[in-house]
Design a protein around this ligand. Structure first.
Ligand code: PMP
Length: 359
């Protein structure tokens, strides 16, 4: 029996993908072996990696002058890898501070150069995205970094900032492939795979060609974008099984109608949940309306003493991982691409029932 898993990540994967992986576990396409057992340089695995990259390019309409890298290290690793790859010849990078994940990015970048916090929403406990007009950008900055969806706080950019000549770098870990984006507006897009893409262990980097010339000499080869691009992300052994599952997720997403179609579904799922919050005097959403995330929906009950009974009842109704992050408290429902609308409907019905019993 499958449960509705609202985990922020590692997160729910499409059931169809898990079934294909199970069927192919012992013998991938007549090769007589599992994908896990394949040489990353063999023709079978290279065909898997090439297809995964081609499908991701199609799904996000990635232009030819961008490289797609399949790396390791996760998004926290990338927080250091980004400055190492972009600071050559420049001293300052601009960061927008919108919550826990941008805070971690800032902390890491400070080891490699000067960080200017161009804007922050700390004054209101990171419940909004600062308007672009308030950002204090540095002239000749190496880049401008944003976390385009804060997984913990549940704030999401519904717009793409214009950063002029400075390349825009976005941590898209928790909403990549959930909505249509214009890749051309970004210099670098990165993210860990374990929300909308596949298993933990795979990190995706999409980088514009001209930015491959800006790495600091200390950059380790395994994390050196130009060196990795030159070896098709196979300078070291890539996370092969995670790439295979990501490829199956990309195929699944294409079968759903691609990113525009899943975006419509994500809008509908988020609306269902936010409408429930807004119609209730029992539950409260802390986030400014226009900045609400479609992927991660934090909400509070009127009394923290009700949190445990709420979670216990949710489990009895077949729903898990609804506890909010300790830094925010309350609840959080992560409703990524692979969360079926039935999961959100079940949650909303349960929330109404719980409110009737405790309101
Ligand atoms: N950035 C964001 C937006 C995230 O949601 C996460 C993980 N929840 C991370 C970075 C860190 O990812 P990892 O643990 O894979 O390094």
């Amino acid at each position: 029996m499958r449960i509705f898993n609202f985990s922020p990540g590692p997160a729910v994967l499409p059931e169809e993908v898990l079934r294909i992986a199970a069927a192919e576990m012992l013998d991938w396409h007549g090769s007589g072996m599992s994908v896990m057992e394949m040489s990353h340089r063999g023709k079978e695995f290279i065909s898997i990696a090439d297809q995964a990259q081609a499908d991701l390019r199609t799904l996000l309409a990635i232009p030819d002058n961008y490289k797609v890298l399949f790396l390791q290290g996760g998004a926290i690793g990338e927080n250091a890898i980004v400055p190492m790859n972009l600071f050559h010849g420049r001293t300052v990078a601009d960061y927008v501070h919108t919550g826990e994940w941008s805070k971690k990015s800032i902390k890491e970048a400070k080891k490699y150069g000067t960080v200017n916090v161009a804007a922050s929403s700390e004054d209101k406990a990171f419940t909004y995205i600062p308007d672009r007009a308030t950002w204090q950008l540095t002239k000749d900055a190496a880049y401008v970094h944003i976390c385009s969806n804060e997984t913990i706080g549940g704030v999401e950019y519904q717009w793409t900032p214009d950063t002029g000549d400075a390349p825009l770098v976005a941590d898209m870990s928790s909403h990549i492939l959930s909505r249509v984006i214009d890749v051309l507006k970004y210099g670098v897009i990165y993210g860990g795979a374990q929300k909308n893409i596949g298993p933990a262990g795979l990190t995706i980097v999409i980088v514009r060609d001209d930015l491959l010339e800006r790495a600091l000499p200390i950059t380790p080869s395994a994390f050196h974008w130009k060196e990795q691009a030159a070896s098709d992300s196979m300078l070291n052994t890539p996370p092969t099984y995670a790439i295979y599952i990501a490829g199956l997720v990309f195929r699944w997403l294409m079968a759903q109608g691609g990113v525009p179609a899943i975006e419509e579904e994500n809008i509908a799922k988020a609306k269902l949940l936010y409408d429930c919050l807004d119609a209730s005097k029992f539950y409260a959403s802390p986030v400014r309306k226009q900045d609400r995330s479609r992927m991660n929906v934090p909400f509070k009950l009127p009394d923290a003493a009700l949190d445990e009974p709420f979670l216990k009842g949710a489990r009895e109704h077949g729903m898990v991982q609804l506890k909010g992050h300790r830094s925010v408290g309350g609840m959080r429902a992560s409703i990524y691409n692979a969360m079926p609308i039935a999961g959100v409907e079940t949650l909303v019905a349960y929330m109404k029932e719980f409110e009737r019993a405790h309101g």
